[in-house]
Structure formats: structure tokens, C-alpha cells
Design a protein around this ligand. Structure first.
Ligand code: URP
Ligand code: ZN
Ligand code: ZN
Length: 482
């Protein structure tokens, strides 16, 4: 008689703390046991493979609603397919607010669309127009519905918040019990430099990087941290592109602040030189903050090793290259400031980080699990349901061949976007099987999961979002609805 519905047998189990030879026994949707000689109704042979928690991608833009109607090209079906092909089983995507509108109605529409997902999912709520009604009535409702993180932009027209608006969002999050995630770049500095570049007829994609050098990001990160410290509100700085920004996070952590840092594979393997490829090709590599240079790559690896950066997400934000609705929406003669920002990366996140990190001996497989699954789950209130291999956790597993050499191609990414910025990149280490809540949903690159089989993950209050209690003069200004 079998004790388990499924046993993943003979692999090397990797948790954030340890690596050891064991079988993983699954009953229904949950991990039931980790041990030796487990017997299952069905057995998956994992000899020679790593058995890791399914990836948690805590920052990806999928089917995000657009101001003019419609949504991002990457749908919940194609996005799920790419995620599962790449070993990711849970995602956090974005419900957005449009200026002049509320946040409840788009969230309802977004939930309706997300119901087609095949990965498990949660949302961050973007706030672009913090009116009294949004701040005092709607944010508490959204957070109570389980959407326990907000995102704000300190740059981008028409999304950016000024300091007063940002402070109001921090205070609303403190009252409701949510994490605030921040896109850190200085709006006015970028506008000023962009105007000068355009006046000098420097319009090509490479000038995207010139318009937003690292100090623009560093200044905004410093400001975001200082204002969060004043409100005593935990934050996560998104998509850190260079060590100078991470240094701001290191200083905040050293002061005991609840400030966490996220970076993405593009900031390790792409550079400003990619945006200088011939013709319009550079547009394929444009994202914000901009990819930097080799020195920044090395500095970021150091910041990963020193635990300053906590999370590696994809910031998947796909815009096809050949179609008229993607990177070319304003034609191939468009100036850099008219080209949509963002690069796809749902399917490539884990292979690139494993290859560059583990295979190149920059860190070990436990660190890889911590950065790509455990920390994102912990920091966004999904742990221990997600992000680890332990009895009682969801049986989300990825079986990984650490020795398989693969050349990345767009076909392998299985997303809807018509290119990958990593075309031709050689990686060592590749997912061979993905299991989501006990179900094999990808085997040897073939994704088989029913549309709608993904689940919404409501997030309850959790430790990381509790304020520290250290307030300037002991005065809690956020207790007043101002
Ligand atoms: O360029 C990027 N990162 N696009 C996606 C939106 C964002 O800022 O996260
Ligand atoms: Zn951002
Ligand atoms: Zn993003």
C-alpha cells in the first residue's frame, strides 16, 4: 500500500538552509513527508536532479490593464505557461490605478482576468492617485481582501507620486498592514536630462540610459528610505540596478529599518551597450532603471553575497519587438522617451540566475532557493505555504538538472512576446519538471495545466510588515487621517 499520492524519489532536496538526499512525499496538494524509502502511488525519479521549491516571482507584469483600455500582451495563460516552463509556480502581478479613477473597479476586472491563470497568484496594488477616498476607504478594503502590498512609482508620467502623496501611501499601508514597494528614480531629474538629450537630437534607444544615470536611482532610493523611516513603514525597493543603490539599503538595514531590496537578472547580464545595438534593436533591452555596466554587475553580485539584496524577481514586462503595439508603438524612429519600457523574463529568471550564480560558483543552490523562492514568499506573506520544502507546505517543486547546457532562445521561453533579450545566452542548469500543488504541470518543456487551475493567494498580516515602533519624537502622524 502506498502512503503517498506522489513521491519524488532519490533527488537532492534543496531548502534555503540545507541540501540533502531525500524523497519528497506528497498527499493531495501538500508536502506530507521528507524521508528515505517513501512509497507513492506514483513515483518520479529525481536521481541526479536537484529538487527545489517552485519559484516565486514576486514582481511581474501580466495582463496588466492599460489606461486606454485592453491589457498587456502577456496574458495569464501565456504568462503562466512561461512561468511553469521556467520552474516558477507562484507570481505576484499588478492591479493598477488610473489617475482620476478608483482602485476597486480595476481590481475586480483584474481578478476576473487572473482567474484563467495556471500558476498561483497574488497582486500588488499600484497607487497613482492617492485621493482621500483611495487612501482612507479603498486601500483598507483592498488590503483586507488579501492584497497586502502596494506599489508606487517615484517617476514615469503619469504614474509618479510627489513626496506628500508617497507619504500618504506609506501612512495608509501602516494603518492597513501592507508592504509598500517602490520604483525609485527621480522624476524631475529624468525629465530635465531627457529634455536636454532631445534638444541635442540624441534620440536613439541608448540615450534611455543617459537620461537616468545611477544617481537618479540612488537619490530616489535614499529619499524613499528616509520617508519610510519617518513614517515607520516597511518597504521593498524594487529592481535595484547597481551597487550604489544597494548601499542605501545596506545603510538602512544597518540602522535596523525594515527595508528590503530586489534585483533582476537583467541587471547582471544586460548592459547599457545592449541599448546601443544597430538601428532600433536597442529598444529590446530598454527597461527602467536602465541596465548599467560590468562594474555594476560585479557590485550587485557582492550585494547579493552580503545579503543586502533579498530577492531576484523577473520584472517581466513584455513588449513585442515586431508588432505595431509593442516596442514600435510609435514607430522605429521614435525617441527613447516614447518607447515602452520593460523586458520579458518570466521563463528565463531561474535558468539565468542558476547559471550565473550557482554554476559559476558565485553562491550555492541554497542561496538560489532563498533569493528566488523563500525570500519572496517570506517578504510578501506567502511563507511557509510557498517558498520552501517542508511538511504542510504546498507541493510546489521544480526538478532541476544542474548540468544541462542550454542556449536560450525565444521559443524556449514559451511567452507571447516575440523576442527575449537573452537570445543566444548559454546557461548551465535547466528545469526538467515543474509540480504545482502536487500536479505535474511541466515535463521536459511541455506545459500541461488547465486554464484556471491557478489559485488566488490571499495574504494575511505577517511579521515583516509590522512597523518597528521607532517614530521620530514617538509621534505617530499616520494615526491622523491627513
Ligand atoms: O521598465 C520596467 N521596469 N518596466 C516595468 C514597470 C516597472 O517599472 O516595474
Ligand atoms: Zn518599477
Ligand atoms: Zn515592474
Amino acid at each position: 500500500m502506498a502512503d503517498y499520492d506522489l513521491v519524488v524519489a532519490g533527488g537532492t532536496v534543496v531548502t534555503p538552509a540545507d541540501m540533502f538526499q531525500a524523497d519528497v512525499g506528497v498527499v493531495g496538494e501538500k508536502i506530507a513527508a521528507i524521508g528515505l524509502g517513501l512509497r507513492g502511488e506514483r513515483t518520479l525519479d529525481a536521481h541526479g536532479l536537484l529538487v527545489m521549491p517552485g519559484g516565486v516571482d514576486s514582481h511581474c507584469h501580466i495582463e496588466q490593464l492599460q489606461a486606454g483600455g485592453g491589457a498587456d500582451e502577456e496574458s495569464f495563460i501565456s504568462g503562466s505557461t512561461s512561468a511553469l516552463a521556467g520552474g516558477t509556480t507562484s507570481v505576484i502581478t499588478f492591479s493598477t490605478q488610473f489617475k482620476g479613477h478608483d482602485i476597486l473597479q480595476p481590481l475586480a476586472e483584474y481578478r476576473r482576468r487572473a482567474a484563467k491563470a495556471m500558476v498561483d497568484y497574488s497582486f500588488h496594488q499600484i497607487i497613482t492617485d492617492p485621493t482621500d477616498d483611495v487612501i482612507f476607504n479603498q486601500v483598507p478594503q483592498v488590503v483586507a481582501s488579501g492584497v497586502r502590498s502596494l506599489k508606487v512609482f517615484l517617476t514615469y508620467d503619469p504614474l509618479h507620486l510627489d513626496d506628500r502623496q508617497f507619504i500618504r501611501v506609506l501612512a495608509a499601508a501602516r494603518r492597513a498592514g501592507a508592504l509598500v514597494t517602490v520604483h525609485c528614480e527621480n522624476y524631475e531629474a529624468i525629465r530635465w536630462r531627457s529634455a536636454a538629450l532631445l534638444a541635442d537630437r540624441r534620440t536613439a534607444p541608448k540615450y534611455h540610459a543617459w537620461s537616468r544615470p545611477s544617481m537618479v536611482e540612488r537619490e530616489a532610493a535614499h529619499r524613499a528610505i528616509a520617508l519610510a523611516e519617518m513614517v515607520d513603514q516597511p518597504i521593498q525597493i524594487f529592481h535595484v540596478s547597481c551597487p550604489e543603490v544597494a548601499e542605501e539599503i545596506a545603510r538602512a538595514k544597518a540602522r535596523g529599518l525594515k527595508v528590503w531590496g530586489e534585483t533582476c537578472p537583467q541587471y547582471f547580464v544586460l548592459s547599457e551597450n545592449d541599448m546601443d545595438r544597430p538601428g532600433f534593436e536597442g529598444a529590446k533591452f530598454m527597461c527602467s532603471p536602465a541596465p548599467r555596466d560590468a562594474a555594476a554587475h560585479e557590485g550587485l553580485w557582492r550585494m547579493i553575497r552580503d545579503n543586502v539584496l533579498d530577492v531576484v524577481s523577473s520584472d517581466h514586462s513584455g513588449w513585442s519587438y515586431e508588432t505595431p503595439v509593442g516596442k514600435r508603438v510609435h514607430g522605429t524612429a521614435a525617441a527613447f522617451n516614447e518607447i515602452p519600457n520593460g523586458v520579458p523574463g518570466l521563463g528565463s529568471r531561474l535558468p539565468i540566475l542558476f547559471s550565473e550564480g550557482v554554476s559559476k560558483a558565485r553562491f550555492n543552490a541554497c542561496d538560489f532557493v532563498r533569493l528566488t523562492a523563500t525570500n519572496p514568499a517570506r517578504l510578501f506573506g506567502l511563507y511557509p505555504r510557498k517558498g520552501t520544502i517542508a511538511p504542510g507546505s504546498d507541493a510546489d517543486l521544480v526538478l532541476w538538472n544542474p548540468d544541462q547546457s542550454v542556449k536560450i532562445t525565444n521559443r524556449l521561453m514559451q511567452h507571447v512576446i516575440d523576442y527575449t533579450p537573452y537570445e543566444g545566452l548559454d546557461v548551465v542548469g535547466w528545469p526538467t519538471c515543474t509540480i504545482r500543488r502536487g500536479e505535474v504541470v511541466m515535463q521536459d518543456g511541455i506545459v500541461q495545466a488547465e486554464a484556471g487551475s491557478g489559485r488566488f493567494l490571499p495574504r494575511a498580516p505577517y511579521d515583516q510588515i509590522k512597523p518597528t515602533g521607532n517614530l521620530p519624537f514617538g509621534f505617530d502622524a499616520s494615526a491622523f487621517l491627513v
